[in-house]
Design a protein around this ligand. Structure first.
Ligand SMILES: [Zn+2]
Ligand SMILES: [Zn+2]
Length: 395
């Protein structure tokens, strides 16, 4: 912690301003890490955030989508309105880091760095309130329940952008494996859609010694699983991305019994609505046809999760230019590629223009790993970035 606060020196007044209280923010991040809360249960987290923001002079609206917060700060007579969003929730994972500030809540862990995203935005919030040079309306959005893909949608359905209008909205995610503090920008699709399906292949159970009297759903399922990858390789345009994964398969109880049915659980990802729809049509049809060819039937429950996250070109170009200006060209990774993970900020970008960017978490364990920890060294550059983005947007 000391190494991080001491090594962060710069000629930039924003950087120096944040460096003055960086130690407090890191302590806050580690406190949030110690008390992680699951989706829609972020009560303590929400209270901590609201009390800080109120103390710094923000007008705080809480209770949006349960634990969500929008903090507003107006300055000058500017008419522009900017939204910046951070997520707050943790995951149902038993932490295995052995950190001094490891989770105190058994089975719950900040394994995606939302404790860090919240702290970054709070660090920027404090600077903007104390010394921010902007003209317009700043709206800081603290969102619950990103991990279950429900928080953004719920905030929007509860009138987020009607009650708190913004001209554009921005968000970020730390990314393990990308050098610490390196920024990544992607125009257009940046993260994948995610949908799920449960497919039951129904045959006719029987004695393992008399397969001719049964309809074997295991054989039919095996055929479907093999054929499934032809949807990606033979139906989807080779220039488009699609993923279809069977992550769970369950059938039977004994080696000498042909079971009645097999249950398969699938996840599908893509970067476009057209491909997403193609998967939704093609996969159930293929399952049905494959099963029928063995005399079996199917029962398909296909559930739409969230759409691909699509960054708007103009706002992304702006966000990238701010990074080059604030942090230098070397801090921006060229050719940053879209990620096939998913993010419910996609819903906010369907409602308003904006951009979602990535900040390197360094050589850490991957997201959602029990060994993962957010890298505190990225709080300062990322907070500095939010400040400069707000000052540039609200001129
Ligand atoms: Zn996550
Ligand atoms: Zn996350």
């Amino acid at each position: 912690m000391n190494a991080i606060t001491q090594t962060f020196h710069t000629n930039d007044p924003v950087g120096n301003g944040i460096a003055a209280y960086l130690g407090e923010i890191i302590a806050l991040r580690q406190d949030l890490h110690q008390y992680p809360e699951l989706a829609f249960q972020e009560r303590r987290t929400s209270k901590v955030i609201a009390s800080k923001l109120s103390a710094w002079g923000y007008e705080v609206a809480s209770g949006i989508a349960g634990t969500g917060i929008v903090a507003t700060l107006k300055r000058g007579d500017g008419e522009r309105q900017l939204g910046i969003r951070a997520d707050m929730d943790a995951l149902p994972i038993e932490e295995a880091t052995e950190l001094s500030y490891a989770s105190n809540n058994p089975g719950v862990m900040h394994a995606c760095g939302h404790d860090g995203h919240t702290s970054i935005l709070l660090a920027a919030a404090r600077y903007l309130a104390e010394s921010g040079n902007f003209n317009g309306t700043l709206r800081l959005i603290f969102q619950p329940a990103e991990e279950i893909g429900a928080g953004a949608r719920k905030m929007i359905s509860e009138g987020l952008f009607d009650r708190f209008p913004v001209d554009a909205v921005f968000g970020l995610h730390n990314w393990p494996g990308v050098p610490t503090g390196q920024f990544g920008f992607v125009t257009g699709p940046a993260m994948a859609s995610v949908d799920q399906a449960t497919i039951r292949v129904i045959g006719k159970g029987g004695h393992g010694a008399e397969p001719h009297r049964a309809v074997d759903p295991v054989l039919a399922s095996a055929s479907f699983i093999t054929a499934l990858q032809s949807v990606v390789s033979r139906n989807v345009d080779p220039q488009d991305m699609a993923v279809a994964t069977v992550g769970s398969i369950h059938a039977g109880t004994a080696s000498n019994v042909i079971p009645e049915s097999v249950e398969l659980k699938l996840t599908m990802r893509s970067f476009s609505e057209a491909v997403r729809q193609q998967l939704q049509e093609r996969i159930p049809a293929l399952a049905r046809a494959q099963a029928e060819s063995f005399g079996a039937t199917t029962d398909v429950n296909y559930r739409l999760g969230f759409p691909a996250l699509v960054n708007h070109p103009e706002e992304t170009a702006f966000a990238r230019a701010v990074a080059v200006d604030a942090l230098g060209g070397a801090a921006v990774e060229e050719g940053f590629r879209p990620r096939t993970a998913s993010e419910d900020f996609a819903f906010m970008l369907q409602a308003r223009p904006g951009s979602y960017l990535f900040v390197g978490n360094g050589d850490s364990a991957p997201l959602h790993s029990a060994q993962y920890d957010f890298n505190d060294a990225i709080i300062a550059p990322a907070a500095r970035y939010w400040v400069r983005l707000a000052e540039a947007f609200l001129q």
